[in-house]
Design a protein around this ligand. Structure first.
Ligand SMILES: NC(=O)c1ccc[n+]([C@@H]2O[C@H](COP(=O)([O-])OP(=O)(O)OC[C@H]3O[C@@H](n4cnc5c(N)ncnc54)[C@H](OP(=O)(O)O)[C@@H]3O)[C@@H](O)[C@H]2O)c1
Length: 296
């Protein structure tokens, strides 16, 4: 049986696709997939209810990563609507397609985010913790609820509550590299907020672990075992780049410049993964210094 990746053209999807060279890539634009992946099998997926009935033919595992970027563009009402709809309606339509499929996949590995937990100060959070009450927490809760409906059709569902993914070619780190390289980096807000991060290599390894380890189901925090404060992260990144990081950005400036998205940078989440520890997953990059040295 084959593996299918929705959002396979994105930052995480491309890295996962490299480790699954036989996988099918699904996305809104088949030409874009052909351009990125050459002869790889491509299937049309726009997150609406229009998927071809044969969309899941021959598929044993789905990695569902598609969703409007939370990093790019200001969060106005239209953007927030797209963030919500692309995940919640997109996942609902995917599960509806699973329900109608002649042969249903065995496993759905669906992306979610540690945004589920909201602002938590210095509290250590594992998978059993309650949800937060802000916009992203509500999106994650509703997104996971839609994915879990697939269990009614005999599908094992793993929810990957992803932390801040560190990779040189996308996500948060790629956006920070230029200011830090220019010596314009600095802590955000008071720098005491916890940041739960994961190296892109460990994220794709744990996704493969979730596919292969059939005892794993439900929420899994995809975070390294050692979350750091924003101040510690700033110092580690500056050191890895051999640059100073002397220009802190006050919280109110971030809020003025970025609007509601600033909450993502200023909230504190000290998340660890009980599920990964109990299922015997080994991290290649458990410490921030080694992760950043590898990436930059
Ligand atoms: N990167 C992180 O730090 C991070 C942290 C927590 C959670 N996550 C979650 O992990 C998943 C993958 O993240 P990523 O960083 O790889 O995201 P990404 O680079 O933004 O890629 C997501 C993919 O989703 C598709 N997409 C974008 N907008 C869409 C829309 N409005 N409707 C339907 N499909 C749309 C696009 O594929 P096509 O153009 O080919 O359709 C895109 O390549 C996302 O669900 C994200 O929320 C990521």
């Amino acid at each position: 049986m084959k593996v299918l990746i929705t959002g396979g053209t994105g930052f995480v999807g491309k890295h996962l696709a490299v480790r699954l060279p036989e996988s099918i890539i699904a996305g809104r634009n088949v030409q874009k997939i052909k351009h990125l992946f050459g002869n790889r099998e491509a299937r049309q997926w726009d997150g609406s209810g229009n998927a071809d009935p044969s969309f899941l033919e021959g598929v044993g595992t789905i990695f569902h990563l598609a969703g409007e970027s939370i990093f790019q563009g200001r969060w106005n009402e239209a953007k927030k609507k797209r963030i919500r709809a692309s995940r919640i309606e997109g996942t609902r339509f995917l599960v509806d397609t699973i329900a109608k499929a002649k042969h249903r996949p065995a496993t759905l590995v669906c992306s979610s985010a540690i945004g589920y937990y909201g602002e938590r100060g210095a509290e250590t959070i594992t998978e059993g913790a309650t949800a937060g009450d802000d916009f992203l927490a509500q999106v994650c809760m509703d997104w996971e609820k839609e994915a879990l409906r697939a269990e009614e059709y005999g599908v094992r569902v793993v929810l990957i509550r992803t932390g801040v993914v560190l990779g040189a070619d996308g996500g948060a780190l790629a956006q920070m590299l230029l200011p830090f390289k220019l010596g314009l980096g600095g802590r955000l807000g008071n720098g005491r907020q916890y940041m739960s991060w994961i190296h892109i290599h460990d994220l794709t390894s744990m996704m493969l672990h979730a596919m292969n380890n059939t005892t794993l189901r439900g929420p899994v925090n995809a975070v390294a075992p050692n979350p750091v404060t924003n101040s510690d992260f700033t110092q580690a990144l500056a050191k890895a780049l051999h640059r100073p990081a002397l220009l802190p950005v006050p919280g109110f400036i971030l809020r003025l410049a970025l609007g509601e998205f600033a909450t993502v940078l200023l909230r504190s989440q000290r998340v660890v993964s009980k599920s990964l520890q109990e299922s015997g997953f080994t991290f290649a990059f458990p410490e921030i210094e080694a992760a950043l040295n590898d990436l930059v």
